[in-house]
Design a protein around this ligand. Structure first.
Ligand SMILES: C[S@@+](CC[C@H](N)C(=O)[O-])C[C@H]1O[C@@H](n2cnc3c(N)ncnc32)[C@H](O)[C@@H]1O
Length: 287
C-alpha cells in the first residue's frame, strides 16, 4: 500500500455493490496485510484498488464496456475529456434517451472506444441509480435518473486516475475471474468482490450483467481461492452472509470469516435501504 495516497484516486462511476461505504470496517484487516503484487478479478467501480493504490496490479472485469473505459482513462485521457465535455449540457430526458438509443443503431459499431467510454460515463452519471443494465440484446436500458447536477466530467478525479494508472504498473484485463490471477504467486494479494450470493427473498433482484453468477460459479471461486492460498497468496473475499457462503468457506484451516454491516438497497425500491450483514473472508497464504 502506498504511504502518500492521492485522495482524488477514487471511483469515477457509481457501481452496484461498491465497497466504498465498507472501507472503514475493512481498513483494520487490509492494513495488516503485506504483499508484493495485487490482483482484483472483479474490479467494478474499483473502490478497494483506489483505496490501496498498489504500485503493481492486475485488474479485471467481465464487463467489456467498463474495462474499455478504464483503458481510455489510462491511454486516451485528453480525447476522453474532450468527448465528455460535449455531454455536460445534456442532463435532460430528451438527450438522455437519444444517447441511450445509440447502441440500437448500426452507426454505434463505428464509434471509437473513446466515444463509447464517454457515453458510458455520461449514462452512468445521469441514469437511475447509476445502474449498468443491459437487455438481452446487450443494449443499455436503465431509465433517466433526474439528478439536478450530476458531475458528468469530473476532471480532477479522471486526471488523478490517469496519473495513477500511468505512474504505476496497472494492467487491465477483460474476461472471467479465473484468467486474471493465473500468475499470482507467493506474496500476492488477491481481492475478490464477486456478484453476491443471494438470499432466498432476493432471487428476482436485478443482476450485474446479462449472465448471472450462479452457485456453481461461487464454488469455482472458492476452489480457486484454495489453490491460491496453497501457492502462498493471501485472498480476501467479500460476499453476502448467506448460509450457503458461510458453509462454503467453513474451513478453519484456510479461512477466517468476519462479519460487516452494510447499508444496501434490499429490494428493487432504491428508497428502502436496510442494514444487512456481509462477510469478509480472509485466507492467508502458507508462509
Ligand atoms: C460486486 S461488483 C464489484 C464491485 C467493486 N469491487 C466495487 O467496489 O465497486 C461485481 C463485478 O463482477 C463482474 N463480473 C460478473 N461475473 C464475472 C466473472 N465471471 N468474471 C469476472 N467478473 C465478473 C461484474 O461485471 C461486476 O462489475
Amino acid at each position: 500500500m502506498k504511504k502518500n495516497k492521492n485522495l482524488l484516486v477514487q471511483p469515477f462511476l457509481k457501481w452496484a455493490g461498491g465497497k466504498r461505504q465498507l472501507i472503514p470496517q475493512m481498513e483494520k484487516y487490509l492494513k495488516k496485510i503485506k504483499y508484493t503484487n495485487y490482483y482484483e478479478p472483479f474490479i467494478g467501480g474499483g473502490s478497494i484498488l483506489f483505496y490501496l493504490q498498489p504500485h503493481k496490479a492486475i485488474v479485471n472485469d467481465y464487463n467489456k464496456d467498463l474495462i474499455e473505459c478504464y483503458k481510455c482513462i489510462k491511454d486516451n485521457y485528453d480525447e476522453l475529456i474532450g468527448e465528455l465535455e460535449k455531454y455536460e449540457t445534456k442532463n435532460n430526458e430528451e438527450d438522455f434517451y437519444k444517447i441511450r438509443e445509440v447502441d440500437r443503431k448500426e452507426e454505434y459499431k463505428k464509434w471509437t472506444v473513446v466515444e463509447k467510454a464517454a457515453r458510458l460515463i455520461y449514462l452512468n452519471r445521469t441514469c437511475y441509480n447509476g445502474l449498468f443494465r443491459l437487455n438481452s440484446l446487450g443494449q443499455f436500458n436503465t431509465p433517466f435518473g433526474r439528478y439536478k447536477n450530476p458531475n458528468i466530467c469530473n476532471k480532477p478525479v479522471l486526471k488523478a486516475l490517469h496519473e495513477y494508472f500511468n505512474n504505476n504498473d496497472i494492467v487491465f484485463m477483460q474476461g472471467d475471474f479465473e484468467n486474471c490471477c493465473e500468475n499470482a504467486s507467493k506474496g500476492s494479494l488477491v481481492y475478490f468482490d464477486p456478484p453476491y450470493d443471494q438470499f432466498e427473498e432476493q432471487v428476482n433482484f436485478v443482476g450485474y450483467t446479462e449472465n448471472g453468477f450462479t452457485r456453481e460459479d461461487q464454488k469455482r471461486l472458492k476452489n480457486l481461492c484454495d489453490r491460491l492460498i496453497d501457492k502462498g497468496c493471501t485472498v480476501i473475499i467479500s460476499n453476502s452472509s448467506t448460509p450457503f457462503i458461510r458453509k462454503l468457506y467453513n474451513d478453519k484451516s484456510r479461512y477466517t470469516i468476519h462479519t460487516l454491516i452494510a447499508k444496501r438497497n434490499i429490494n428493487s425500491n432504491a428508497k428502502k435501504r436496510g442494514e444487512i450483514e456481509e462477510v469478509l473472508i480472509i485466507g492467508e497464504g502458507k508462509k
